[in-house]
Design a protein around this ligand. Structure first.
Ligand code: PTJ
Length: 257
C-alpha cells in the first residue's frame, strides 16, 4: 500500500504495477530492469514531457492518421503500465494492437490479452490464432509476427523497445515510431520518430493531439496532405539533440540544491 502523500507516490505506483504484472505473467522479469533504466533517464528530464517530445508526439499522430496500415506493438511492460491509454490511442487513430514479445513464455500472451480486453480492446492481433509470419532480418522472438498486423504494416509504433527490431523494421521500409526514455538507445536513434518520454505521460498527449486533429480533418480545416508534409519534413535527430540539451539544462539547474 503506497500512501498518497508519499513524495514519490506516482513513481512507486507504476513500479508496483510492474511487480504485480510480473506475478500475473504479463511482465517478464527483465521488464523490471528495463523499467529501472527508464526511471533513471526520467529523473534526468525532471519526470515531465519535454517540448521535443510534444513535437514528436504531434508528428507521430500525423504518421498514424495518414498511414494505410498502422500498428501498435504491445509488450509486457506497456500492458502493465497503461493499457487503457493504448486501447484509446488505437481506437482514435485506427492503429490495431498486436502483442509482440521479446521474452516468450507459456501463458504470457494470454495474460496480456486478458489485460487488454479488460482495458476495452475488442480486436487484438498476435494471439497465434493464424499461422504467423516472420521478419527475416531478425533472430529474436520478435521476428514472429501476425500476417495481418506488423508484417504488412506501413507504420509501426514500438513503445519501450529493444534495438534489433527497430533496425529490422526500418530495413523493411516501414516507418517506425518509438517511445524511449533513453535518447541514446539504438531504438531511439534508428526510429523515424522517437518520443523521448515515459509511455505513461506521452500516450495521453498523443490521444489529445489525435482527437484535435481528427476534429479538424472532419471540419475540413486541416488536410491529410498537411499531415503528410509534416511527417516528410520531420528530422528525428533534432528531437534527440533537443532532449539531450533539455536534460543537461535540467541537471545544471539542480546544481544549487
Ligand atoms: O515484454 P517483452 O518480453 O516484449 O519485453 C519487454 C522489454 C522491455 C523487457 C524488452 O523489450 C527489453 O529488454 O527492452 P530493453 O532493451 O531493456 O529496452 C527498454 C528501453 O525502454 C530502455 O531504453 C529504457 O530506458 C526504456 N524504458 C523503460 N521504461 C520506460 C522506457 N521508455 C519509456 N517509458 C517507460 N516507462
Amino acid at each position: 500500500m503506497i500512501p498518497d502523500d508519499h513524495p514519490r507516490a506516482k513513481s512507486l505506483h507504476y513500479r508496483h504495477k510492474l511487480v504485480e504484472g510480473m506475478h500475473a505473467k504479463v511482465v517478464t522479469p527483465s521488464g523490471l530492469t528495463a523499467h529501472g533504466r527508464g526511471e533513471a533517464f526520467d529523473y534526468l528530464m525532471g519526470e515531465k514531457t519535454l517540448p521535443s517530445a510534444e513535437k514528436a508526439a504531434e508528428i507521430a499522430v500525423c504518421a498514424m492518421l495518414t498511414a494505410k496500415h498502422p500498428i501498435i506493438s504491445i509488450n509486457g511492460n506497456v500492458a502493465a503500465l497503461n493499457p487503457e491509454d493504448f486501447v484509446e490511442l488505437s481506437r482514435i487513430t485506427g492503429a490495431k494492437l498486436e502483442i509482440n514479445l521479446f521474452y516468450q513464455a507459456p501463458g504470457r500472451i494470454e495474460a496480456i490479452e486478458k489485460v487488454l480486453r479488460e482495458a476495452g480492446a475488442t480486436e487484438i492481433l498476435g494471439l497465434g490464432d493464424v499461422e504467423s509470419a516472420t521478419i527475416s532480418e531478425l533472430s529474436s522472438n520478435r521476428r514472429i509476427v501476425d500476417p495481418r498486423g506488423i508484417y504488412q504494416a506501413d507504420v509501426v509504433m514500438v513503445p519501450l523497445e529493444d534495438g534489433d527490431r527497430t533496425e529490422a523494421l526500418v530495413q523493411q521500409g516501414k516507418l517506425v515510431i518509438a517511445v524511449d526514455l533513453n535518447p541514446l538507445s539504438r531504438t531511439a536513434m534508428h526510429a523515424h520518430i522517437t518520443l523521448i518520454d515515459n509511455v505513461v505521460r506521452c500516450i495521453p498527449v498523443m490521444i489529445s493531439k489525435a482527437k484535435a486533429m481528427k476534429a479538424e480533418l472532419e471540419k475540413n480545416t486541416l488536410q491529410y496532405e498537411t499531415l503528410k508534409a509534416k511527417v516528410d519534413n520531420y528530422i528525428n535527430k533534432d528531437t534527440l539533440k533537443e532532449s539531450i540539451k533539455s536534460m543537461i539544462e535540467y541537471l545544471s539547474s539542480r546544481i544549487d540544491f
